[in-house]
Design a protein. Structure first.
Length: 101
């Protein structure tokens, strides 16, 4: 049983490492603001078009950044859930043998 739990922990670690290598992005204003994150929900880059930055007021910029970040994090969450569901299905299939199934 401990062997199965150890394998599950190893699988979870593998998924986390894989999610670190997957990039997602959120864009607003036709790409004038772009946020890049990992599928582990770590923000890696924020790019703002210099011309847009000159014209935007502080409040507008803040709202658009929040929207772009939330878009990127939503994509990251969807990918993370998909990966975890697949891994859980694999692990549960393997655990079935422990209970005589």
């Amino acid at each position: 049983m401990f062997d199965k739990l150890f394998q599950a922990q190893q699988k979870a670690d593998e998924i986390k490492k894989r999610l670190d290598t997957i990039s997602v992005s959120g864009e607003v204003e036709g790409g004038k603001i772009k946020v890049v994150a990992t599928a582990n929900k770590e923000i890696k880059d924020i790019d703002i078009d210099p011309e847009f930055l000159e014209r935007a007021d502080h409040e507008e910029l803040g709202e658009l950044l929040v929207t772009a970040i939330n878009k990127a994090l939503k994509q990251a969450e969807e990918i993370s859930q998909t990966e975890m569901q697949a891994a859980t299905k694999d692990m549960l299939g393997g655990l079935g043998g422990m209970f005589g199934k």
